[in-house]
Ligand binder design. Structure first.
Ligand SMILES: Cc1ncc(COP(=O)(O)O)c(C=O)c1O
Length: 386
């Protein structure tokens, strides 16, 4: 029988994250700092609103773009946070998470061979989203020396006549970096100079510590060339409800909506009602979770630095990204041995791009007890290998 799998699918690289979860799932007593989702349960009033919608018999499809009240609430939320105005009739789309949004954005703008500047290290799905849409991801590296900030010069060095877009994702997974206003402006200048679309994945926008997140569309001249995406997963602890959203200029959104209609029909109805409650009444819960993350952040970053694993200070998301160079191991060896010897799971930084090599990602979306235990085990490990 011939191989039925398309060449383009064969060429997609498997995610570098899965391997460690597969190993960890065969072991007992693993402390995992590997998982990129909140450890909190969705706040109960949000759950109730979703369940109520089911009890009321609201179990069908919704409008393709999402229920209007939710689109209005999303527009109000963006306006309140950033003073950026979108029309809920024609500029907001409710999606199945940022995951769907990313695919839609790429499919809407790319012709075969078009290039996207993908700033890395970044979420494992980013380059794959470009490839799945027939485009070519061109990776733009960042470094700890520049606090994982992307510079205009680094972007410009990779621009070619085929470049169509820039993909940024700040606050960043896996580094925890938040792009400063100065660097945001450099990105904006390059977008303007070479007439590029900017796809800004702001899923961690609410999780920042002592710094202010800037919405990319709020920068001068950027509204017309930004495809903004965010969602409920991280800030409201709602990963499983699968609700995200996009906001874009009218013409781009019309193209995106056409794809969404054929691909998805409409985002999960129960999730949309829960998201409405989250946006209308969820602020206290967000503030409480952010306070927890911040305490854990300080604990884990302090812990790594005490152990000699030099750790850049993350200002957003819920990840720490220490260097493991001092151990003489590369990041993959470090993670494998740490898992085998001490049963602590982290993710090698190289899974997120070349510039993550030599670092590991530790998620602090886990209890302080787990962080304490992970640090105790790591201390033993470092006594043997430090
Ligand atoms: C940077 C980034 N973007 C997008 C996603 C996916 O988000 P969603 O649950 O909205 O699909 C993740 C999940 O880890 C992420 O880290």
């Amino acid at each position: 029988m011939r191989n039925f799998i398309s060449l383009s699918t064969q060429r997609l690289r498997p995610s570098g994250i899965r391997k460690y979860f597969d190993i960890a799932s065969t072991m007992d007593d693993v402390v995992t700092l590997g998982i990129g989702e909140p450890d909190f349960v969705t706040p109960s009033h949000i759950i109730d609103r979703g369940v109520d919608s089911l009890r009321q018999g609201i179990t069908g499809y919704t409008s393709n773009s999402g229920i209007f009240e939710l689109r209005q609430a999303i527009a109000d939320y963006i306006e309140r946070l950033y003073h950026v105005t979108y029309n809920p009739e024609c500029q907001i789309l409710v999606t199945v998470g940022v995951s769907e949004a990313m695919w839609l954005a790429m499919k809407a703008i790319l012709d075969p061979g078009d290039e996207v500047l993908v700033v890395e290290p970044c979420f494992v799905a980013n380059a794959a989203a470009v490839e799945m849409a027939g485009g070519v991801p061109v990776m733009v590296e960042t470094s700890v020396e520049h606090e994982f900030q992307v510079t205009g010069a680094a972007l410009e060095a990779k621009v070619t006549p085929r470049t169509k877009a820039i993909l940024i994702s700040y606050p960043n997974n896996p580094t925890g970096a938040v792009l400063t206003l100065e660097h945001l402006k450099e990105v904006a200048d390059i977008a303007e100079k070479y007439d590029l679309v900017v796809i800004s994945d702001e899923i961690y926008e609410r999780l920042s510590y002592g710094v202010t997140h800037t919405n990319f569309a709020s920068l001068p001249g950027m509204y017309e060339r930004t495809i903004l995406m965010s969602g409920m997963s991280k800030a409201f602890a709602m990963t499983g409800w699968r609700i995200g959203y996009m906001a874009a200029p009218i013409e781009l959104m019309a193209a995106i909506r056409k794809l969404h209609q054929y691909l998805i029909m409409s985002a999960p109805t129960i999730g949309q009602y829960a998201a409405l409650e989250a946006l209308q009444h969820g602020e206290d819960a967000v503030a409480e979770m952010v306070a927890h993350y911040d305490r854990r952040r300080r604990k884990i970053v302090g812990g790594f630095n005490d152990l000699g694993l030099s750790c850049f200070e993350p200002r957003g998301a819920f990840y720490a990204f220490p260097s493991v160079a001092v151990t003489g191991m590369n990041d993959e060896e470090f993670c494998e041995r740490l898992l085998q010897e001490e049963r602590v799971a982290m993710i090698p930084g190289s899974a997120f791009g070349e510039s993550g090599r030599g670092f590991v990602r530790a998620s602090y979306a886990t209890s302080e007890d787990n962080i304490d235990e992970a640090l105790r085990r790591l201390r033993r490990f470092m006594q043997r290998h430090g």
